[in-house]
Design a protein around this ligand. Structure first.
Ligand SMILES: *[C@@H]1O[C@H](CO)[C@@H](O)[C@H](O)[C@H]1NC(C)=O
Ligand SMILES: *[C@@H]1O[C@H](CO)[C@@H](O)[C@H](O)[C@H]1NC(C)=O
Ligand SMILES: *[C@@H]1O[C@H](CO)[C@@H](O)[C@H](O)[C@H]1NC(C)=O
Ligand SMILES: *[C@@H]1O[C@H](CO)[C@@H](O)[C@H](O)[C@H]1NC(C)=O
Ligand SMILES: [Zn+2]
Length: 389
């Protein structure tokens, strides 16, 4: 009858805990692991935890090797590839240092000795008519053959063309293992840069594409709708040139840039209070994740105009939903607009989506029985109350 006496001893303890719950409004948080939605391996670049595709490391050092190429029809006129290395670095590495709060070091070795001449013309690689995976592989293997020298063991191979190569129109990431034509393993992934970086994005194109090497999805729609449809300019995996390009707190948590104690998890019905500090500065609580079910969650985070988001045109509490069931390019993350029909700012309806203390200060996600209320500012921080039924 030992267990009976054990139960007898446990019961008053439970009563005490219940009593504490009743009198202390900020209830103990659910175990944060309840909010770590597990990735669906059958969903391409599923936005959950533990997605596996030989992803490049997101904490510690991500090592890369950079080579430079040109073409007989679009040959280099730069005095040296150093100009192009300096186009990307150190700014892209600094960006990761700040976005990751020092957790990720992007370490790039660049062979700037010369441009290596590709065996085929730039136009023949078919960028302008839409590259297939096979054509992409051929481009990478041609570059490796042209380079013809040993490449140190690295996570990612960067192939940078001359600025003259306008036919290499955009900058896709090859997500399969990178091998030479003879099968020799080279790297986990390759980013083949294109003219879009020079024309429009600057070094941030490297941060977008390297995000893919770490298995982050694209947050813009693949179906031809406006780039900002799902998330506006709130993360550079959606819009590289957006006003608030820092990665979502959800992804920073997934990547290991936020520790578990920097995220509050709401997985049960009730009313809870949370003090959140701006995403762009190191330290403090960065997000509340409200678990809806095993595949969907609502996230609240503070966006300010500090750090990497100095160009943002609205600040406050940003709300978005995450689904692990929606693949890259179909809206795995969707920002909830506090001010629909406002016209937005800086060219996108969603760019002023935030809740603020003085403006629209609450949002009810009716289908999910969740209400988010911005109560006050405490310095740069915000207090939010979550009511979940
Ligand atoms: C390529 O470089 C040459 C100089 O070698 C320059 O005159 C020319 O305008 C450039 N071509 C393109 C397409 O940018
Ligand atoms: C890629 O390489 C990794 C590690 O070498 C291996 O585990 C994985 O199976 C490879 N993937 C493919 C598609 O070959
Ligand atoms: C693209 O997909 C989104 C989400 O499903 C949808 O709202 C939008 O209308 C689609 N656009 C086009 C052009 O089909
Ligand atoms: C999880 O929630 C989403 C959004 O409401 C819904 O579409 C999906 O069916 C739910 N999944 C389960 C297993 O209930
Ligand atoms: Zn992309």
């Amino acid at each position: 009858m030992k267990w009976l006496s054990l139960v007898g001893w446990l019961w008053p303890l439970c009563t005490i805990i219940r009593g504490t719950l009743a009198v202390n409004p900020p209830r103990p948080r659910a175990d944060v692991s309840a909010c770590k939605l597990v990735a669906d391996q059958g969903v391409y670049l599923s936005a959950g935890f533990g997605y596996e595709l030989n992803c490049a490391p997101s904490v510690g050092t991500l090592s890369a090797f950079m080579i430079f190429v040109d073409f007989s029809d679009q040959s280099a006129s730069e005095s040296s590839p150093e100009v192009l290395r300096d186009f990307f670095l150190p700014s892209a590495a600094d960006w990761y240092d700040r976005a990751s709060y020092g957790a990720l070091e992007l370490s790039v070795a660049a062979d700037t000795s010369r441009f290596y001449r590709m065996p085929a013309t730039a136009v023949s690689y078919n960028w302008e008519r839409g590259l297939t995976a096979e054509q992409h592989r051929r481009y990478i293997q041609d570059a490796l053959a042209a380079y013809g020298r040993p490449i140190p063991p690295v996570d990612v191979l960067y192939i940078v063309p001359t600025k003259n190569a306008t036919a290499i129109t955009y900058s896709p990431t090859f997500m399969g293992n990178v091998t030479k034509r003879d099968g020799t393993y080279v790297a986990k992934k390759s980013v083949t840069f294109g003219y879009d970086g020079y024309r429009a994005w600057g070094s941030l194109v490297l941060n977008h594409e390297t995000g893919h090497t770490m298995c982050l999805p694209d947050y813009y729609p693949f179906n031809g709708s406006a780039t900002g449809l799902f998330i506006g300019g709130w993360d550079l995996m959606g819009l590289i040139g957006g006003p608030s390009p820092d990665y979502f707190a959800w992804d920073k948590w997934r990547l290991g840039w936020l520790s578990d104690d920097q995220v509050d998890c709401v997985a049960e019905a009730g009313r809870t209070s949370h003090i959140l500090s701006p995403l762009e500065v190191s330290g403090g609580k960065k997000a509340v994740v409200v678990k809806h079910n095993d595949t969907n969650a609502l996230v609240a985070e503070v966006r300010s105009s500090a750090g990497l988001n100095s160009a943002s045109c609205a600040t406050g509490i940003l709300l978005y939903t995450v689904s692990t069931k929606i693949p890259t390019g179909e809206g795995p993350v969707r920002v909830l607009d506090a001010t629909p029909g406002s016209g937005g700012c800086l060219g996108d309806e969603l760019n002023d989506a935030t809740l603020t203390v003085d403006g629209i200060s609450s949002r009810t996600v009716t289908d999910w029985h969740v209400r988010v209320e911005v109560v006050r500012r405490v310095g740069a921080d915000y207090e939010v109350i979550i009511t979940s039924a």
